[in-house]
Design a binder for this molecule. Structure first.
Ligand code: 3PG
Length: 209
């Protein structure tokens, strides 16, 4: 297990999952989220500009802790590290991805949705996972069931989480934080309404208390 991972996941109750459309937008989003009280940001590698966006966010907003999401292939880890990303998040995990994360020395938050997924991770020394897709795969009932056999494991549930149900997840004893895209809705991004994004972040930042 990599102690850097849990340390980052403990910095805030919510990790915004953000898909960037431009570098300028990404920098403004990082600043707005940080100002609202959410320093840890997952930038999905779903748009061509994503790696450039990560590099710009790291440069322009040094107090933000920026990582990459939607990592599917081992080769992407080197690219994330080169861009200055501090962690990587994957929707599932393979042996190759676990090996590459160790080789690159880049903390990986691997996605799990089953006991077998967790056991594969444990074999690789992982003890902290993204539970994805959390709502669809079993929600808080599944987290509660996992706390029996996997009592030392901790999760960041993501997928189907919003301001309305985040607290249900955050009060689970095996949850460190939750992730979600509700903080950076496309309509606010398109309108350039970063004050509204900052306000959403401020509401989310107090969810854990
Ligand atoms: C992810 O990549 O983790 C998900 O797309 C985020 O899920 P959400 O959109 O339901 O928050």
């Amino acid at each position: 297990s990599d102690p850097r991972l849990r340390a980052m996941l403990r910095l805030a109750p919510v990790i915004p999952v953000y898909t960037p459309e431009s570098v300028d937008e990404a920098v403004a989003v990082a600043q707005a989220l940080l100002d609202g009280g959410l320093p840890v940001i997952e930038v999905t590698l779903r748009t061509p500009v994503a790696l450039e966006a990560i590099a710009a966010m790291v440069q322009a907003v040094p107090d933000a802790v920026v990582g990459a999401g939607t990592v599917l292939e081992p080769a992407q880890l080197a690219a994330v590290k080169a861009a200055g990303g501090r962690f990587a998040v994957s929707p599932g995990a393979t042996d190759a991805l676990y090996f590459a994360s160790r080789e690159q020395d880049l903390p990986l938050l691997p996605g799990v949705a089953s006991g077998s997924d967790i056991m594969r991770g444990l074999e690789h020394g992982a003890d902290t996972f993204k539970f994805f897709p959390a709502a669809a795969a079993g929600g808080t009932a599944l987290l509660s069931a996992w706390n029996g056999p996997f009592a030392d494991v901790r999760f960041c549930p993501t997928g189907g989480i919003s301001a309305a149900n985040a607290r249900d997840y955050l009060t689970q004893p095996n949850v460190l934080c939750v992730g979600g895209s509700w903080l950076t809705p496309r309509n606010l991004l398109q309108a350039g309404d970063y004050a509204a994004i900052r306000a959403l972040a401020a509401q989310a930042a107090v969810l854990g208390s």
